[in-house]
Design a protein around this ligand. Structure first.
Ligand code: FES
Ligand code: FE2
Length: 435
């Protein structure tokens, strides 16, 4: 067992750009992550549009604890530990739904939407003076939201969500709050289990631009070409990757179109210019694709729908990498659209999202097959003597560019591994108690 006061400070080596293999396979390190990261920070739990009405709920996991995220009768959101206060049974047994009360299936203890115990069913048999108000479902102490994204934290003393997101809000706005209506989820999330460490996915989306040219060469070869490759290559040159607050990462492939927001359906173009400031608009208007990771385990991606028509629109996905163990995670994946989208575009966007990032999606299968092959060969001491390489981060690590308008540390080239490496450096600081 890893001694909590004796964690290695050598997991990440800045001078060589190397990262220990152990952090992707060790169960001891995974348990320490639950304690030092997942129990401490804000975690994404749901999108507001998944639970629009009183009684609407979804079941999720925070750290390694099952929770119910529920819209209460007063419009507030409660996040409740999904474990009965009687004998611990999982009270809510479905992924989502709408309920006035939650009744435990074992002996019938009943709770309201706020988690308050209404009755045990045998109240008369309780000792005199038993106070039912002390026996409600355990409430997650901190809940807040930003532009439709609901977060919660097990840490009652965590800094505000606004502070935690900090400058990264500038980028979240571009993806999730660029029209008056904001974004909404199109359908319930797809869920799948993958035998890979959660950080593998977090850094891939936060963002591994190099793998696109090998892992995903297949779909690019067969899908319709919206933007000719010379222009796309230039867009990668003109793109930028950013680390905000030292922990949240985003990457953009950028070009310039004659028509602002040319990749979006015409009915959305004027709306896209109404909420963002001019610098944010300039990014979104020329955005071919973008991806990012909000520390620790929420990623997102926006990519153009392959079509010979530039206005075919975009696919936007939120992706949660929910750790199950050092070697396994659950992927929870939502498709979103701007609320003002037409039914046709909504359908097209969802369909493209599922074709490429659904459980059987082209990009998804290409990625997870490779991620799942990392653990086994990395678990033995012969391999662990040889760390992973993020060496292309080193030449630019301390040289952010200054010509990008957004906040945070911006870097070029897009193909360096600098944001992934900085994500892991922040992870290392939290794990070693330096943060
Ligand atoms: S365990 Fe829930 S009512 Fe007994
Ligand atoms: Fe990928």
């Amino acid at each position: 067992m890893l001694d909590r006061n004796d964690v290695a400070a050598t997991w990440i080596d800045e001078s060589s750009g190397t990262v220990s293999r152990e952090i992707f396979v060790s169960e001891d390190i995974y348990r320490l992550e639950l304690e030092r990261i997942f129990s401490q920070v804000w975690l994404y739990v749901a999108h507001e549009t998944e639970i629009p009405n009183p009684g609407d709920f979804v079941t999720r996991t925070m750290s390694d604890a099952p929770v119910v995220v529920v819209r209460c009768d007063d419009g507030s959101v409660a996040v409740l530990l999904n474990s009965c206060r009687h004998r611990g049974v999982r009270v809510c047994r479905v992924d989502s739904g709408s309920a006035k009360n939650f009744v435990c299936p074992y002996h019938g203890w009943s709770y309201d939407q706020h988690g308050r115990l209404l009755t045990t069913g045998f109240d008369k048999l309780l000792p005199a003076g038993t106070d039912l108000s002390t026996l409600g479902l355990v409430r997650v102490p901190r809940i807040d939201s930003y532009k439709g994204l609901i977060f919660a934290s097990w840490n009652p003393n965590v800094a505000s969500l606004a502070d935690y997101l900090g400058d990264f809000r500038w980028y979240l706005d571009i993806f999730f709050a660029r029209t008056p209506g904001g974004m909404e989820v199109v359908a319930p999330p797809q869920r799948s289990r993958v035998k890979a460490n959660w950080k593998t996915a977090a850094v891939n989306f936060g963002a591994d631009n190099q793998h696109i040219f090998t892992t995903h060469v297949g779909p690019f070869a067969v899908q319709p070409v919206t933007i000719p490759w010379p222009q796309r290559r230039q867009a990668m040159e003109d793109g930028v990757q950013v680390v905000a607050e030292g922990r949240h990462c985003v990457t953009f492939t950028l070009t310039k179109f004659d028509v602002p927001f040319a990749l979006y359906p015409p009915e959305l173009r004027t709306l896209l210019a109404t909420r963002l400031n001019p610098d944010q608009q300039a990014v979104l208007s020329g955005l071919i694709s973008g991806a990012g990771t909000l520390f620790p385990n929420l990623s997102f991606i926006e990519r153009m729908i392959p079509s010979t028509e530039p206005g075919a629109g975009k696919t936007v996905l939120l992706r949660l990498w929910q750790p199950i163990s050092a070697g396994e995670m659950e992927i929870v994946s939502w498709c979103l659209v701007d609320r003002e989208s037409s039914p046709t575009y909504r359908e097209r966007s969802l369909s493209d999202g599922l074709r490429n990032f659904g459980v059987a999606g082209l990009f998804e299968q290409e990625d997870v097959e490779l991620w799942a092959s990392i653990g086994h060969p990395s678990a033995n001491p012969f391999a662990q003597a040889h760390p992973f390489n993020f060496r292309t981060a080193v030449p630019v690590l301390h040289s952010p560019v200054t010509d990008f308008a957004g906040p945070g540390d911006a870097y070029r080239p897009l193909l360096s591994e600098v944001t992934q490496f900085r994500f892991l450096q922040y992870w290392n600081r939290m794990m070693t108690g330096a943060k």
